[in-house]
Design a protein around this ligand. Structure first.
Ligand code: AHG
Ligand code: MN
Ligand code: MN
Length: 333
C-alpha cells in the first residue's frame, strides 16, 4: 500500500481544490504536531506524572486536570512562532491569546478544546483535542474577542485528534473529511480513511441518560420513542452508547452512524447545555456536515449561530441526518 502522509495530502488538496494555502497548511501541520506531543504525554500516563487534578479551576468553574493545562500549553507554544496566526482562544483560558509581538502576525485564528473528555483521563479511556480555524476579518490590527465572534459556517478548517487504542487525526478543510492514523514508530500521520461519510439512518444514540429527569419534553419524547424499540412508533430497536468524551462519541458516529445529544435541561436555565459552541459544537458540526450528517442546537443549524461570547454554551444534536432532523422537528412541534 502506498502511504500518503498528512503533508502530501495537504499539498495535493491545494493543487486539486485550492483550499489549503501554504499558511493554512503550516497551521494544520503545527496543530497536528502538537497533537502528537499530547498523544505522547497521554500515552505515558502515570509514568509521565501527567495524571490527576491540577487543583485549579477554569473560567467555566470546572476543576482542571494536569493534562488539560499541559495540552493547552503544548498547543500555545507550538502555534505562537509560525507567523500564521493572529490569535488563539481556548476552553482553558479566560481571554484570548494574541500572538506575542516578537513574532509576525498572520491572518488565521485558532480555537481549541485542548483536552476533551477530562473525566476519562485517569481511567485510561479515549480522550482528544478539538480545534477550529477562523480567518481574521479584513483590516484587523489588534485582535480582540470580538474578532472571534463569527458563525461556524465561516470556519476554514476543523478537526480533532483522538487518543485511543490508536491516535487518529480527523480533518476537514471544507472538502470532505479525512482521517489520519499516527504511525508511532515513524512519528508521522498517515492517511487511512478518505471521505468519511455518516450513514443517514441509525439505530444507535448517545446521551447521558442520568440527566433524564431534567430534560425538556422534546428530548424526553424522542429518547422514550427510541427506548420503545421495534414495537414503538419508530419501529426499530436502538442501542445506546455514552463514552463521555465527545471526540470518541463523534468518532464512532463518523464511522458507523448514530446521534449524539447533549441537550439543555432544566437544571441551570442560564446555562444552555454543557458543551461550548466555539471549541466543541462548531468544529464537530463542520466535520459532521462535511461527512453528510447534520448538527443543530435543537432549533437552528449549529453553523448558522452567531456567537455572542467566547465561552458560550449550546445544546448539541449531531450525527446521522434523518435522526437529527427528527429531534429538531420535535423541538418545533
Ligand atoms: P471537557 O472534558 O472538555 O470539559 O468536555 C467533556 C464533555 C464532552 O466531551 C462529553 O461529551 C461530556 O462533557 C460528558 O459530560 P457528562 O460528564 O455530563 O456525561
Ligand atoms: Mn470538551
Ligand atoms: Mn476540555
Amino acid at each position: 500500500m502506498k502511504r500518503v502522509s498528512l503533508t502530501q495530502h495537504l499539498v495535493e488538496e491545494q493543487r486539486l481544490n485550492n483550499t489549503i494555502p501554504a499558511e493554512l497548511r503550516l497551521l494544520i501541520e503545527v496543530v497536528a504536531r502538537a497533537c502528537k506531543t499530547i498523544s505522547h504525554a497521554v500515552g505515558k500516563g502515570a509514568l509521565g506524572e501527567v495524571l490527576g487534578s491540577a487543583e485549579t479551576e477554569n473560567v467555566q468553574g470546572e476543576v482542571q486536570k494536569k493534562l488539560d493545562i499541559l495540552s493547552n500549553e503544548i498547543l500555545l507554544e507550538a502555534n505562537e512562532w509560525g507567523g500564521h496566526l493572529a490569535a488563539m482562544a481556548s476552553e482553558e483560558m479566560e481571554s484570548i491569546h494574541p500572538i506575542p509581538n516578537r513574532y509576525p502576525m498572520g491572518e488565521y485564528m485558532l480555537l481549541f478544546d485542548p483536552l476533551d473528555g477530562s473525566s476519562n483521563i485517569d481511567v485510561n479511556v479515549s480522550i482528544g483535542t478539538i480545534f477550529s480555524v477562523l480567518k481574521a476579518r479584513e483590516g484587523m490590527t489588534t485582535p480582540t474577542e470580538q474578532d472571534f465572534m463569527q458563525s461556524g459556517s465561516r470556519q476554514v478548517a476543523a478537526g480533532y485528534a483522538v487518543y485511543g487504542p490508536q491516535t487518529m487525526l480527523v480533518l476537514t478543510t471544507g472538502n470532505g473529511v479525512n482521517c489520519f492514523t499516527l504511525d508511532r514508530e515513524m512519528g508521522s500521520w498517515v492517511l487511512t480513511q478518505r471521505n468519511m461519510m455518516i450513514p443517514e439512518d441509525t439505530q444507535e444514540f448517545a446521551i447521558n441518560h442520568s440527566n433524564s429527569r431534567h430534560w425538556h419534553p422534546p428530548v424526553t419524547r424522542y429518547v422514550n420513542e427510541m427506548m420503545a424499540g421495534k414495537t414503538g412508533v419508530l419501529g426499530k430497536d436502538f442501542n445506546m452508547r455514552w463514552i463521555a468524551s465527545m471526540v470518541a462519541d463523534v468518532h464512532r458516529i463518523l464511522n458507523r452512524g448514530g446521534i449524539f445529544m447533549y441537550p439543555a435541561d432544566a437544571r441551570e436555565p442560564e446555562k444552555p447545555g454543557k458543551l461550548r459552541l466555539m471549541y466543541e459544537a462548531n468544529p464537530m458540526a463542520m466535520i459532521v456536515e462535511q461527512a453528510g450528517g447534520a448538527a443543530t442546537d435543537g432549533n437552528n443549524r449549529m453553523l448558522d449561530i452567531e456567537p455572542s461570547k467566547l465561552h458560550q454554551r449550546v445544546p448539541v444534536f449531531l450525527g446521522s441526518k434523518n435522526e437529527v432532523e427528527r429531534i429538531t422537528r420535535y423541538h418545533q412541534e
